[in-house]
Design a protein around this ligand. Structure first.
Ligand code: NAD
Ligand code: TYD
Length: 361
């Protein structure tokens, strides 16, 4: 039975990936989820896999060399899928150091531990071992508004935020391991994900949560920044395909050709919520475009991201399955039906976070 070590599996994409993998492979695989459970890690996301014999959760920091080495010593790991990271641009602007710590040093720790466990005396690696480093399109910087400009795998790196700089650094480390040691790895650079279990600090869940609470919907700058949105399950599928069919040492860009201005997203959230809420629900009367509030722009705000997913489509046959119209409705419905989840993740420290981020904008 193949054993996967998933880092950051209690976060947004990691937990969706674990669900996807058990749905697809059921008892044919074993997953060990290593997560330190920061504010963004939530075991509630994995409630329904907790009881499985082929699932193990280990609370550990990816920067803790001894703890990570021990996991490799005690388990014959075949695949590493490395999600664990600090992932929010706004937080990286306020506190860049933890991004360097987790995203750069944590990745170095993971690479070293896998190399140590997988390397043979002659410097080659055991058959079938693979490390997949999950990264972002933000490493490529910002695109002009020209609709024909896209990020390709060979687009030069040009990160601007501390978050994207730390992810770019981690990508470079993975590339260095592949170039220097022929370490068996792949890198994927994906566009913005949306879907269930995303912490409500990112645009879509934050605005759904605010709208349901009748709070303002903060739109940075002129609201015309463009992001390329992909339903999270399509990302999970792409990661699995890269592991199954991808060529070692290659980078694959993942994106759905689904560019939207932020203001369009915000208006869609309002429209869909209004459709979902009963006329008798008092929240419906409060949810309107009047909630939209233009606030001061994010520092160094990248204008446009857009992935050209030609390579993964051509070489692996991957294509997104969920159209935005369907995916956004599914997502909004999920938050709507899981308000207890929202309440749990937004109590306590979240309120303090919200105050400090938005009170001066
Ligand atoms: P997230 O913030 O929701 O989850 C991150 C997870 O990592 C959390 O469970 C957290 O507890 C864990 N973690 C953080 N620091 C850790 C540490 N030191 N040790 C162990 N675990 C730790 O993030 P996400 O949105 O699910 O993103 C997952 C990965 O995908 C990240 O590497 C991110 O850069 C990348 N990515 C995200 C997006 C997106 O749109 N969200 C797009 C492309 C790539
Ligand atoms: P975000 O979800 O933080 O993802 P990223 O910065 O990684 O792309 O933000 C998506 C876009 O939405 C980005 O252009 C910033 C903008 N934004 C707002 O306008 N208001 C908000 O409250 C947030 C969180 C983001």
């Amino acid at each position: 039975m193949r054993t996967y070590l998933v880092t950051g599996g209690a976060g947004f994409i990691g937990s969706n990936y674990i669900h996807y993998m058990f749905k697809k492979y059921d008892n044919e695989i074993r997953i060990i989820n290593v997560d330190v459970l920061t504010y963004a890690g939530n075991l509630e996301n994995l409630k329904d896999v907790e009881g499985r014999d082929n699932y193990t959760f280990i609370r550990a920091d990816i920067c803790d060399r001894d703890a990570i080495n021990k996991i490799f010593e005690e388990n014959d790991i075949d695949r590493v899928v490395h999600f664990a990271a600090e992932s929010h641009v706004d937080r990286s602007i306020v506190n860049p150091e933890v991004f360097v710590q987790t995203n750069v040093l944590g990745t170095a720790t993971m690479l070293n531990a896998a190399k140590k466990a997988w390397e043979l005396p002659d410097g080659t690696f055991k058959e079938g071992k693979k490390f997949l480093h999950v990264s972002t399109d933000e490493v490529y910087g910002s695109l002009p508004e020209d609709p024909n400009a896209y990020f390709y795998e060979d687009t030069p790196y040009d990160p601007h935020s501390p978050y994207s700089a730390s992810k770019a650094s981690s990508d470079m480390l993975v590339k260095a391991y592949m170039d220097t040691y022929k370490f068996p790895a792949n890198i994927t650079n994906c566009s913005n994900n949306y879907g269930p279990y995303q912490f409500p600090e990112k645009l879509i869940p934050l605005h759904i949560n605010n709208a349901l609470a009748g709070r303002d919907l903060p739109v940075y700058g002129d609201g015309k920044n463009v992001r390329d949105w992909l339903f999270v399950e399509d990302h999970a599928k792409a990661i699995d395909m890269v592991q199954e069919k991808g060529k070692l040492f290659e980078t694959y860009n993942i994106g759905g050709h689904n560019e939207k201005q932020n203001i369009e997203i915000v208006k869609t959230i309002i429209d869909v919520l209004r459709e979902e809420l009963d006329d008798s629900d008092p929240r419906k009367a409060r949810i309107s475009y009047d909630l939209i509030k233009y606030v001061s722009d994010r520092k160094g705000h990248d204008r446009r991201y857009a992935i050209a997913p030609d390579k993964i489509k051509r070489d692996l046959g991957w294509e997104p399955e969920t159209m935005f119209k369907e995916g956004i409705r599914k997502t909004i419905k999920w938050y709507f039906e899981n308000q207890e989840w929202l309440q749990h993740v937004t109590s306590g420290d979240y309120e303090k976070y919200y105050e400090s981020m938005y009170s001066n904008r």
